[in-house]
Design a protein around this ligand. Structure first.
Ligand code: NAD
Length: 258
């Protein structure tokens, strides 16, 4: 029989805005205390206040491993446990290879990949010791298929899918569940960066191309509900949106390459 999903203590990174904020709200609605952790201190404070008494704010740069460990340890010490760690903070950095320099790559790797590794490492230590817990990492449809002219984003999101699915196997024996979220386009401020990023990708026509790929954007709330339902059902990969579903089904059922 499946264990009931009744989280009491959760941390969500990048929770001041968009998908992270909606996941925090969904976890609060299911009765969990939630730490709204974000680089944007004011945004985190505002979001926590809006989410009510079960939510509290923390300022956090996920790229800072020591800070992530300190937050996870503090929350666990305060509440005696950590049930859910959502490594969601991410940034959209795009461009063709010739347009990118070291700073673009370092930034994308630091936030989108190191940030997730930092959260996973800190949470796994605590959850392994308590013999239970859920880790949810936010990747993207761009973690399953390439997003054109979004090289650093595609690279880091593919790595997050790889990290999550590989860790899932070893974590299961420790009572820790690992899932990865792969949404298509979601209506959040991050999309402004997608539109702004690669001039070479067509400038203002990027919006039109995105709309062509996915005519109707997902809402953060839809995405969050699917994410938390997927977590409760212990899904390895949680695709959200038609394209992501199609892609994941196709990949999953693809015969092994000879
Ligand atoms: P968003 O911009 O609304 O929210 C991202 C949040 O992360 C912001 O509050 C920001 O302050 C925070 N953040 C950025 N860098 C940080 C850092 N170093 N440490 C801590 N917090 C930091 O964007 P969103 O669309 O909600 O994105 C959330 C996640 O979902 C990202 O990982 C993104 O790649 C992923 N995603 C988004 C879409 C989409 O279409 N919006 C699709 C698939 C995946």
């Amino acid at each position: 029989m499946r264990k009931a999903f009744e989280p009491k203590v959760s941390i969500v990174t990048g929770a001041a805005s968009g998908i992270g904020r909606a996941i925090a709200a969904e976890l609060v609605a299911r009765g969990s205390r939630v730490v709204v952790a974000d680089l944007d201190a004011d945004g985190a404070t505002r979001a926590a206040a809006e989410l009510g008494p079960l939510a509290s704010a923390a300022t956090l740069d996920v790229a800072d491993a020591a800070a992530v460990t300190a937050l996870v340890q503090r929350v666990t010490a305060e509440h005696g446990r950590l049930d859910v760690m959502v490594n969601n903070a991410g940034i959209a950095i795009g461009g063709l290879l010739e347009e990118l320099d070291e700073r673009h790559w370092d930034k994308a790797l630091a936030v989108n990949l190191r940030g997730v590794i930092n959260g996973v490492t800190a949470a796994y230590e605590v959850m392994r010791a308590q013999g239970s817990g859920h880790i949810l990492n936010t990747a993207s449809l761009a973690g399953l298929i390439p997003a054109p002219a979004m090289l650093p984003y595609t690279t880091t999101k593919h790595a997050v899918v790889g990290l999550s699915t590989a860790l899932r196997a070893e974590a299961a024996s420790q009572g820790v569940r690992v899932s990865v979220l792969c949404p298509g386009f979601v209506d959040t401020p991050l999309l402004d960066d997608v539109y702004a990023a690669p001039a070479s990708f067509g400038g203002s026509s990027v919006r039109a191309r995105v709309r062509l790929l996915q005519p109707r954007f997902l809402t953060p709330e839809q995405t969050a509900k699917r994410a938390v339902d997927g977590l409760a059902a212990n899904k390895a990969v949680i695709p959200v949106g038609f394209l992501a579903h199609l892609t994941w089904r196709t990949l999953r059922y693809a015969p092994p390459v000879a």
